[in-house]
Design a protein around this ligand. Structure first.
Ligand code: GLC
Ligand code: GLC
Length: 812
């Protein structure tokens, strides 16, 4: 069952009812000012950092679900309604929400009045613009009142939700004309404030929540709105808000348009005040003036769309499969950009106060957006590497505002160092820019111990190479990619965090998965060494990689007979083996070892993937492990803490489904690769939205596995490495347009009935027009013709002097 439909021409998902199974959200903003917005206008706004500089307040896990946002109320006689249905939940005659690329549109119709809202964050300003157009579609004149409402957050969202003894006394506002200013803590050390304004004279306003809502009401039935008259309240402590009232008379057929702007302003410390305790509003007024007419809003909206046109022109596919076209050309790349902006910090499941920018997460996200914004990817790599420790290990996360690493969610994860190689390699393969390797980059943000990025990579690889266990496999440390495989911490008491409790190191617990990464990224690192002329280092690395390859295939170390072992616990016991009672097979080493090419020649690769299909597959995707853990295993940690079928305990973790799909392309099985791709692909799961529940246009982190009560139910949407990996999978492996250090390679692996297709790819300044004749073949390039001339192999020779290149690929 569907709750809406795709409008590919406008790059929108059109939600036809406000009663979606969960809030279906969108992200606004692409630089420093961001908003989350749901299909019923819920959500919140922040500047740069969802924890430290939050403008508006949101209550997670509140009931009714998703009631706090940026709302407009319309009072028409005795009826009060919202264009986005919530929070009054007044039945609408018509409702529509269109989530687009960086904007959302709402249409609500009630009793002959139509309200259209367009909301977006302009490309170059720190504000959110909402244009509300009200139209009288009835045959009689209408007098209505329009009310706006936002609730301010007292900046630090963490403190805001806890420190009430102080917070109830600090709130301060100013009002000038139609502009309401939130200036809490500005009198002391802050030099920033927020403003909410509208480009028309207002009848009245409120800035105190209690006056607007009324003491015994809530956002669903605000007393001042029901009374039809805001009270001009001036907040003093408690909960400051911003609400405007506009009284409007509309003739039949008449429309009126209002532009609301919610902005963030920073003043120089020496220029904070206009007069004693009166804030300097000049920059705010300048900002508001930029969006005070429809024409200016139209121009800013066009600029936003132009920006996305350019970005989404870098990789486009034209195939006979609409769903693939839609995901590749629009939604998958859009989600990659959102993960670039947010990492794992702010969604409807990540509260914005818990996690910052993950080291491993951000490196993987980069794989999905590096082609779109290479300059910012470069900066991101330097930021991430700057938090690395001198011995090659890493903090697990850093805070976006300070860019400093911290151990709040642990450190010592054995896989982290290798992801830095993954990200850097992707950047160089995309751009050809090797100067990044010569950049001086601090360790742990200490400039005095800066070394080149190349040296950082050497230490990344070196750390894993020199920290091996009894089977010569890499030590797992706190955990590896699977955060919940906590083999060293041995927690037995409730409340102990698996991420931080107990030792994060141990000399015995090993990870086969990291072994697979070691092969994959060791090879990529060796190629980079070659590029830099470091032949000795390259040879040394390749020797270690070859040794690891053997260890992984060895049945007394990495190989279990029918699949790869997952790990060895701190007692030296196998994890993910037929010898285990529960958790006999895990997805990660099967996917990653095979995508690294391990076991391709020996037939073990195929065996491992056949085992995945036989033991882990479901109609909704491939589960992370089987059989699920039914009891808590202290020697394994958090993985066994979840009820069977959820999260890392046998959930379908969407992130590593593409590893399996990529692995299938590595051994040439296009039918199966695509089958795996389809199962978690939003454009396909749209059809089962009532089961899947999360947004049908983007990926979620986890789908409940076969052991779960609600098998097929998605959770934790938007901020997941799934976005990057599925895009890498479909664009680089299935459609097969893969950037190598030397140039673009084309080597598709598609289902037998996929049909011919074409890809346009802008790469290192050259536009490649690639057409593929598939000939019913799953993998194999018979002919590669570049501008009419036949070329050996699959790599298109890079020629910077050309602007466009015509590429014909004949499979066979
Ligand atoms: C979450 C984390 C990611 C981790 C994964 C598996 O998605 O963000 O870092 O690899 O869970 O535990
Ligand atoms: C929990 C989750 C995992 C997530 C981690 C973040 O372990 O199960 O998915 O990555 O928390 O710290």
């Amino acid at each position: 069952m569907k709750f809406g439909h795709f409008d590919d021409e406008h790059r929108e998902y059109v939600i036809e009812t406000p009663k979606t199974p969960l809030p279906w959200i969108n992200y606004l903003g692409s630089k420093e000012f961001f908003s989350l917005i749901s299909n019923t206008c819920g959500g919140y706004t922040f500047y740069k950092d969802a924890k430290l500089l939050r403008l508006t307040r949101y209550r997670y896990n509140d009931v009714p679900m998703d009631i706090n946002g940026k709302y407009f109320y319309i009072k028409d006689g005795d009826t009060v309604w919202n264009p986005g249905w919530k929070p009054t939940q007044t039945d609408l005659d018509e409702y529509e929400c269109r989530h687009g690329i960086g904007y959302s549109k709402f249409k609500g119709v009630k009793n002959g009045v139509r309200a259209d809202v367009l909301t977006f964050v302009p490309v170059n300003d720190n504000c959110e613009v909402s244009r509300l157009v009200v139209t009288n579609d009835s045959s009689a004149e209408k007098s209505i009142s329009i009310f706006s409402y936002v609730e301010w957050c007292l900046w630090n969202a963490d403190d805001d939700s806890r420190n009430f003894q102080r917070n109830f006394s600090t709130g301060e506002v100013e009002v000038k004309g139609s502009a309401i200013y939130h200036k809490t803590e500005y009198r002391e050390r802050r030099n920033h404030y927020a403003v909410y304004s509208v480009n028309a004279p207002i009848t009245a306003f409120d800035t105190a929540r209690d006056s607007f809502l009324g003491l015994y009401h809530y956002a669903g039935d605000p007393e001042a709105v029901l009374n039809g008259k805001l009270t001009n309240s001036m907040a003093s402590g408690w909960s400051p808000i911003a609400a405007h009232q506009l009284d409007v008379t509309l003739k039949p057929g008449e429309s009126k348009s209002y532009v609301f702007v919610l902005g963030y302003i920073e003043n120089p410390v020496e220029d904070k005040w206009e007069s004693h305790n009166v804030i300097n509003k000049k920059p705010a007024e300048a900002l508001l003036a930029k969006y005070d007419t429809d024409a200016k809003v139209d121009a800013a909206f066009a600029e936003l769309n132009d920006q996305w046109d350019k970005l989404l022109n870098i990789y486009t596919v034209d195939s006979s499969n609409d769903k693939v076209n839609r995901m590749v050309n629009i939604w998958n790349q859009y989600q990659c950009m959102v993960t670039f902006n947010m990492s794992r910090s702010a969604s409807y499941y990540e509260s914005g106060i818990g996690r910052g920018m993950g080291f491993r997460d951000s490196c993987q996200d980069l794989l999905g957006f590096v082609h779109l914004i290479p300059d910012r990817a470069r900066e991101r790599i330097i930021d991430i590497a700057s938090t690395q420790f001198q011995d090659g290990r890493a903090y697990h996360q850093y805070q976006p505002l300070t860019k400093k690493g911290n151990s709040d969610i642990g450190s010592g994860f054995g896989d982290d160092p290798l992801w830095l190689i993954a990200g850097t390699s992707a950047y160089i393969r995309e751009t050809g820019d090797t100067t990044i390797l010569d950049e001086m980059v601090p360790f742990d943000n200490d400039e005095s111990v800066a070394e080149t990025l190349m040296e950082h990579l050497r230490r990344s690889f070196g750390y894993v190479d020199t920290h091996r266990g009894p089977h010569r496999l890499p030590l797992i440390g706190r955990a590896d990619w699977n955060d919940c495989l906590n083999l060293n911490c041995h927690s037995t008491q409730p409340g102990e965090s698996f991420q931080t409790f107990g030792p994060s190191e141990g000399p015995v617990a090993e990870s086969v998965f990291i072994g697979g990464m070691f092969v994959k990224y060791g090879n990529e690192y060796a190629d980079i060494c070659d590029l830099k002329g470091l032949t000795d280092e390259a040879a040394k690395v390749r020797a270690s990689v070859a040794e690891m390859n053997e260890i992984l295939l060895d049945s007394s170390a990495g190989w279990d007979g029918e699949w790869f072992v997952r790990a060895y616990d701190s007692y030296g016991g196998k994890v993910g083996s037929k010898d285990c009672e529960e958790g006999q097979i895990y997805i990660e080493p099967q996917g990653f070892c095979v995508l690294a090419g391990v076991g391709k020649e020996t037939g073990q690769a195929q065996k491992a993937l056949d085992s995945v299909k036989a033991k882990l597959d479901t109609k909704y995707g491939v589960m992370i492990l089987q059989p699920a853990y039914t009891v808590y295993h202290e020697e394994l940690g958090e993985v066994s803490s979840y009820p069977p079928g959820y999260k890392e305990n046998a959930g379908i973790f969407c992130h590593n489904n593409p590893w399996v799909s990529i692995a299938e392309t590595v051994i040439g099985r296009g039918d199966r690769a695509f089958e795996v791709y389809k199962k978690t692909c939003p454009a396909y799961t749209e059809e089962i939205s009532e089961i899947h529940r999360t947004e049908p246009y983007i990926y979620c982190q986890m789908v409940a596995g076969a052991d779960a009560k609600f098998h097929g139910e998605g959770k934790n949407s938007w901020l997941t490495g799934t976005a990057a990996w599925t895009f890498v999978n479909i664009s680089q492996y299935i459609l097969g347009v893969y950037p190598t250090l030397k140039g673009l390679s084309v080597d598709p692996c598609v289902p037998a009935d996929f049909g011919d297709f074409s890809v346009k790819r802008v790469y290192r300044g050259v536009e490649y027009d690639i057409t593929v004749k598939q000939n019913g073949v799953q993998k194999g390039v018979k002919q590669l013709i570049v501008d009419g001339a036949q070329v050996e192999g699959t790599v298109i020779p890079y020629d910077a002097s050309k602007k466009t290149v015509k590429v014909e690929v004949v499979m066979g």
